[in-house]
Design a protein. Structure first.
Length: 404
């Protein structure tokens, strides 16, 4: 019983004998057999560290809620750049800058970092700002936060919105803009959740294959295989306690247009029609199934001219379909207890099939949680892992270029 409460999810006990991924709970595990995975195994320092979250934050539901509500990030500002896409759409890019100079030596030789956030996140979001701050303090001078169409006070000019699927993926036009703004510089992609899906979809595309400036990507909390009963619920008591405030936050952003997403709420109404809008708006948001309905049915309807139905949407956008077609090295980081981003044992066994894939697993962390401390301030450990992986990816690229 104590073990079950301590880990926060009883399913891990059952799986511990089924696959080596579930044997360690404090050290991260790495999967992948390609050169990027071998490079990170050899050189990573965070891989050798033990990570423990506070007891309450071993609950995936509590960790996400607590970090979203209490993590703060000061000392960083943003300068807006609007980028017009070929179809007339508009994207809001924010160049992130430190209010106080970093002591870390800077270098223009380091890649420009493009940060793609989760679907609910914008430049206003603390989780995005802390990651950007880590990059800037680690010597990456040029860090650009990418706000999607209709998000973060970006006017919505087209019915299309940013989505990790072929022509709806806006990573390509952002990369082209950065290539012109920073001629000769390399580009590294970073992000989490929805943004991670955008990155994987782009790296698996023919456009990326023919783009020399992009050296790879690193992201966490990716919705890797949404086919697994949609977004599955971690069977833990603490999750049910905090699902309601999380769900309400999700609804406020996606439907009511809160936190810099006013245009997005308007777009949802115009695109899916008032009847469907009223159905989604009437969700009580008291259960996890309501969150699933909001994400899956709502987004599927927004793309009804592409996807046949909800199941078609879930199947096509799941990133696990991209294994074997990745054109650049990518490091993905997930937690075994992530309730919204399930990964099956079969998925784990397939990681070796793509030499460009390196997949990290933490035993706990939840969805975008990874809480390190709760008091006196809330901090996380995922940002330092992402930044170290980015540095190793740059190092790997440089070694590959020198050997060529």
């Amino acid at each position: 019983m104590l073990l079950k409460l301590g880990t926060g999810i009883g399913a891990k006990i059952r799986f511990s004998k089924a696959h080596p991924i579930f044997k360690k709970w404090t050290y991260p595990e790495i999967f992948g057999s390609g050169p990027i995975s071998n490079h990170i195994r050899k050189n990573s320092m965070t891989l050798r560290q033990m990570y423990r979250s506070p007891l309450l934050c071993t609950s995936s539901g509590f960790a996400f809620w607590f970090r979203t509500k209490y993590e703060k990030c000061a000392g960083i500002d943003a300068k807006r750049i609007f980028v017009e896409v070929e179809d007339g759409g508009l994207l809001g890019l924010d160049k992130m800058v430190l209010e106080s100079p970093s002591n870390t030596p800077s270098s223009e030789e380091k890649p420009v970092v493009l940060v793609f956030p989760g679907g609910n996140e914008t430049t206003y979001s603390t989780k995005v700002r802390t990651l950007c701050k880590h990059f800037l303090r680690s010597g990456f001078d040029d860090v650009i936060m990418c706000n999607y169409r209709g998000k973060c006070n970006t006017p919505l000019r087209t019915p299309q919105f940013t989505f990790p699927f072929h022509q709806f993926n806006d990573v390509a036009p952002i990369v082209r803009h950065v290539e012109k703004a920073y001629p000769g510089r390399k580009i590294l992609l970073a992000g989490d959740c929805f943004g991670a899906n955008l990155i994987v979809d782009y790296i698996a595309s023919d456009v990326c294959k023919n783009t020399d400036s992009v050296i790879g990507g690193v992201a966490h909390s990716i919705q890797w295989n949404s086919v697994l009963s949609g977004m599955k619920l971690a069977k833990e008591p603490m999750f049910s306690l905090f699902v309601k405030p999380w769900a309400k936050m999700t609804k406020d952003i996606l439907i009511h247009g809160k936190r810099g997403s006013e245009n997005f709420g308007k777009m949802v109404l115009e695109k899916i029609g008032k009847d469907n809008y009223d159905v989604i708006q009437s969700l009580s948001m008291e259960s996890y199934s309501d969150v699933v309905t909001l994400h899956r049915q709502g987004l599927a309807k927004l793309c009804d001219d592409i996807f046949v139905d909800e199941e078609d949407y879930v199947r096509e956008v799941s990133s696990h379909n991209k294994v074997g077609s990745l054109n650049r090295p990518i490091v993905l980081i997930n937690a075994a207890d992530d309730p919204t981003a399930p990964v099956s044992l079969e998925d784990v066994d397939n990681f070796d099939k793509d030499p460009n894939l390196c997949f990290w697993f933490f035993g706990t962390g939840g969805h975008c949680g990874y809480v390190k401390t709760m008091f006196p301030t809330c901090t996380n450990y995922i940002d330092e892992v992402v930044v170290e992986c980015a540095q190793l990816l740059v190092q790997f690229h440089e070694e590959q270029q020198s050997d060529a």
